[in-house]
Design a protein around this ligand. Structure first.
Ligand SMILES: [Zn+2]
Length: 267
């Protein structure tokens, strides 16, 4: 399920392939992926426009299309795929679209960008302005543009389990189940520890570790490389051996999500 690092990479992929390209045609293959906008209005708003820049906030990707923004949320299985297989001039050349393509942008140069989503939890939409969207949906700040002091202030009046807090998109935007578990594993803090019982140094360590994990994962995935060997992510299995202390990885449910942690070194 895409979290901040994955969406960051989708943004880079989008920028690499589709910026500066004029949209010749918009094909909505499955209307269920659209948010509030209707199919015809969606196509009309984007056709003839050019994508000029991308902006990510948390797990949301916004693309400036000149007077209107494309908004993408990748849900559980969203993906992008750019294809040059169409022949210049607009002929489709008989190449079928990707199997789970829901929306396809065809560009003047004959190439296409498809938004695919097998499970349809994602959203493709147009919005007037990302800042207004972020405010309306009460999204917290993005962890990569956050200062340690801001993070401390954000957590100051919170209650509840630290894992739930990290995953609440109105507190900070972009952390999901996987990277919340990874952050707490690497900081030796139990997922259920109440956030008001974290020491100032715990909060500082969570902040540094969370950002380091996000940046490391972005960098590794950008170069098609695997997670570092001592990451919890390789050991998300009940009864697995903890790569940090040799303890046993346990499974529980926190914030409604399957959580893996080590009761020996996470307290
Ligand atoms: Zn351990």
């Amino acid at each position: 399920m895409p979290e901040l690092p994955e969406v960051e990479l989708y943004g880079r992929y989008f920028a690499r392939h589709a910026l500066g390209q004029r949209i010749a045609r918009v094909r909505v293959l499955d209307e269920r992926i659209l948010g509030a906008v209707r199919k015809d209005a969606f196509a009309r708003m984007l056709r003839g426009h050019t994508f000029t820049s991308t902006r990510r906030h948390g797990k949301h990707l916004f693309v400036d299309a000149g007077g209107v923004w494309l908004h993408l949320h990748f849900g559980m299985s969203g993906d992008l795929s750019y294809s040059r297989s169409r022949r210049p001039g607009g002929r489709t050349g008989g190449v079928p679209p990707p199997r789970f393509a829901r929306v396809i942008f065809d560009f003047d140069n004959g190439a296409s960008l498809a938004f695919e989503d097998m499970r349809l939890f994602g959203v493709v939409d147009t919005i007037p302005d990302p800042d207004a969207y972020i405010a309306q949906h009460a999204l917290g700040p993005d962890p990569l543009s956050l200062r340690p002091r801001d993070f401390r202030d954000i957590l100051a009046n919170r209650r509840g389990a630290v894992k739930s807090t990290l995953m609440s998109q109105d507190v900070i935007a972009g952390i999901g189940n996987l990277y919340a578990d990874e952050t707490l594993f690497q900081t030796s803090i139990a997922p259920r520890r109440p956030v008001d019982r974290l020491s100032p140094s715990d909060v500082a360590t969570i902040f540094t570790t969370m950002r380091k994990i996000l940046l490391t994962v972005i960098d590794l995935k950008e170069h098609d490389r695997d997670y570092p060997p001592r990451y919890l992510i390789h050991h998300r299995e009940e009864g697995a051996r903890c790569p940090r202390c040799g303890g046993t990885i346990g499974k529980s449910v926190v914030f409604g999500r399957t959580t893996y942690s080590c009761a020996r070194h996470q307290m």
